[in-house]
Design a protein around this ligand. Structure first.
Ligand code: TYD
Length: 198
């Protein structure tokens, strides 16, 4: 099972990925964690820098694609070995964020060429903008380029559009209420991903 967790900045993706991984491992599954941008690679590290300083905005799309392409072999291998993959962010983030600037058609076609391994389900954590903004403040790290208020509003709208479509690139997309305690949200994520598995 290849599960992706998505949502606006501060929606709780990392925490939910961790809880899901722990539960799958407790069930005896072999789990591979994956994240985009992948900071284990030089491309991911460069992306993280540019997200902080806002330099080279025109390089962001190709770098996100390169980062994703570089992680594909590891995912393909994990899948071939029968492992579960739990990942934060995916091509849906590119459709949502870079889609504010480039056409959806272009981004869909590029991913169809680029990707070999498709998620079984993408879970979008749905939290009000204010809750996510408060969580980002608590995290107390320097705001990245897309984390500013007006961007987040547009990003939230884009996520809602893809949730309404129910699937993109043959990948089912489900929204999960991301409010409440991490354990409450986890239970909803668990149910949504189990449904996807059935
Ligand atoms: P991430 O580290 O997941 O942010 P957070 O933990 O704050 O949710 O992702 C960093 C930023 O990169 C985030 O603002 C979304 C953006 N992003 C894109 O614009 N396109 C992409 O394809 C990906 C993977 C991320």
């Amino acid at each position: 099972m290849y599960v992706v967790i998505e949502g606006i900045d501060g929606s709780g993706k990392d925490r939910q990925a961790k809880l899901l991984i722990e539960r799958l491992i407790a069930e005896g599954r072999h789990v591979v964690a994956s994240q985009e941008p992948n900071e284990a690679t030089p491309i991911g590290q460069l992306l993280r820098k540019l997200l902080k300083n806002g330099n080279y905005p025109d390089a962001m799309l190709p770098l996100f694609l390169a980062d994703r392409a570089a992680s594909e072999p590891a995912r393909a291998q994990a899948q071939a070995e029968g492992a579960d993959i739990v990942q934060t962010r995916s091509f849906l983030s590119t459709l949502v964020y870079q889609g504010l600037r480039y056409s959806d058609g272009l981004l869909v076609v590029m991913h169809r060429e680029l990707l070999k391994v498709w998620p079984d389900v993408i879970v979008v954590l749905d939290v009000p903008l204010k809750v996510a903004a408060d969580r980002r403040r608590e995290r107390n790290s320097e705001a990245e380029v897309y984390e500013l208020g007006e961007w987040q509003q547009r990003v939230a709208k884009r996520y809602a559009t893809f949730v309404a479509l129910k699937q993109v690139l043959h990948t089912p997309i489900v929204a999960v209420d991301g409010t409440g305690t991490p354990e409450e949200v986890h239970q909803r994520v668990w149910e949504a991903t189990t449904r996807g598995r059935a």
